[in-house]
Design a protein around this ligand. Sequence first.
Ligand code: B12
Length: 139
Amino acid sequence: MDGEWHALPARLVAEVLRLRGWQVTFLGASVPAAHMVSYLHRYDAYAVALACALPLRLPHAHRMIEAYRRADVPVVVGGRGFGDDGRWARRLGVPWAPDAADLVADERALHAVPPARLDHLADDEYASVPDQLSDPESE
Ligand code: B12
């Protein structure tokens, strides 16, 4: 996810999926949403798995999830940032899995999710909160 340096959890999930026979492209940490959308237009991805370790980054997660939806690519999320039980993923209306094994066990979830009703969060002020918190120089 954009602004997220915790690559190891996502890497582990990618490797487990690969061991289970999936063809996985691991894109690494902190991939900007625009780069990801352009990647999705170039390659025929079955789904995107998005990892978030920091709850502070959830506004960015929301924006990225909506961008993938607009690109018509199913998205599933995981990681501590979404809450131990995935409660913030539910709030964003996106399927969550505690680990890679559960992800492949409930593949149907990818196709049964309506968009989140969070239009009131779409303004720039909301998205700039985590940026300002992580950058003490900004006002
Ligand atoms: C290593 C580490 C780092 C490394 C990451 C290196 C790397 N290449 O990955 C570095 C030094 C970069 C780092 C930086 C920071 N970190 Co850090 N970090 C950790 C640490 C110690 C381990 C994370 C880890 O790899 N865990 C092991 C993985 C395997 O476990 P997991 O995350 O739970 O993942 C499992 C599941 O959640 C799930 N899963 C995870 N992702 C996904 C995705 C999908 C799609 C699915 C299905 C499942 C899934 O599957 C995994 C395997 O079972 C944790 C503490 C901890 N003990 O976890 C803190 C921690 C995550 N970091 C923390 C913090 C605060 C930071 C910093 C903000 C510190 C700072 N002030 O700079 C920065 C943020 C940088 C950024 N912008 O991202 C906090 C987050 C707290 C919070 N609630 O916000 C933690 C919890 C430490 C703490 N207790 O305070 N960190």
